[in-house]
Design a protein around this ligand. Structure first.
Ligand SMILES: [Zn+2]
Length: 247
């Protein structure tokens, strides 16, 4: 269920079946991670459109934004479901990489999957440490890190919360422009999500969002076109990850 933010009253039930072939856990995982990936790309878009200064790796900042937006847009129970799904995708990516005999790409703009996993777990735990001890334990977050997580979350919220506040103070609008009838399950999730976000905020300039074939399971923000591209190939990839995790 969505959090109540101002007049923002769209109710979305995450995990509502779109296709019948997957278990509810896998469906929720796929839909949760469409949000995770979209929120991450939206983070890149906001950094560009809102001219957000970034003092470290932009990829890390976009990961942090995904958590902050999940916490801002969704009620506690759904945010906790998302906390599992966002993090478990990173863990699955790490496992697959290891099984393929590939080590972490230390040169990459993205941090290693294992680090992204723990960073994500830490922030979601830090958002509500009293109620999310079970989550931290389930995810194997060591106490040495957990001790710092409430502070890490507060710092992240102070940084990104200000950016979100500015966008929300502009009120509802239509600056997120999704193509008409976007394809597949990704298109269905984004249709609902973009509607909800447009009722919650406006960006300083319009952002186009497209779901299309790219030849790989990927998503990216193109600053030249001011467009988020979400590749349809990601759907199959997320279903495979969900099945590895839940079946
Ligand atoms: Zn990124």
């Amino acid at each position: 269920m969505r959090a109540s933010i101002g007049a923002f009253g769209v109710l979305a039930v995450l995990g509502a079946p779109i296709a019948a072939e997957e278990t509810p856990d896998v469906e929720a995982f796929v839909e949760g991670n469409v949000l995770s990936i979209f929120y991450h790309e939206l983070g890149h878009a906001l950094i560009h459109i809102e001219e957000v200064p970034i003092f470290a790796q932009e990829e890390d900042a976009a990961d942090v934004f995904a958590v902050i937006l999940a916490e801002a847009a969704w009620a506690q129970e759904t945010a906790l479901d998302l906390a599992y799904d966002f993090a478990l995708l990173f863990e699955d990516d790490a496992i697959v990489r290891a099984e393929n005999g590939e080590g972490p790409s230390w040169w990459s703009t993205h941090g290693p999957d294992e680090q992204r996993f723990y960073n994500t777990v830490c922030l979601f735990y830090g958002a509500d440490p009293d109620k999310r001890i079970d989550y931290a334990v389930d995810m194997g977050l060591p106490e040495e890190r957990a001790d710092f997580c409430p502070e890490e979350f507060d710092q992240a919220r102070a940084a990104w919360g200000g950016v979100l506040d500015v966008a929300m103070e502009r009120g509802p609008g239509d600056t997120l422009r999704l193509q008409p009838d976007p394809p597949g399950r990704i298109g269905a999730v984004l249709t609902e999500e973009v509607t909800a976000l447009n009722e919650m905020l406006q960006l300083a300039a319009p952002l186009d969002i497209r779901v299309e074939n790219c030849g790989e399971a990927n998503a990216f923000y193109d600053p030249g076109e001011r467009t988020v591209i979400f590749c349809t190939e990601y759907e199959t990839s997320l279903i495979e990850s969900g099945r590895r995790i839940y079946e």
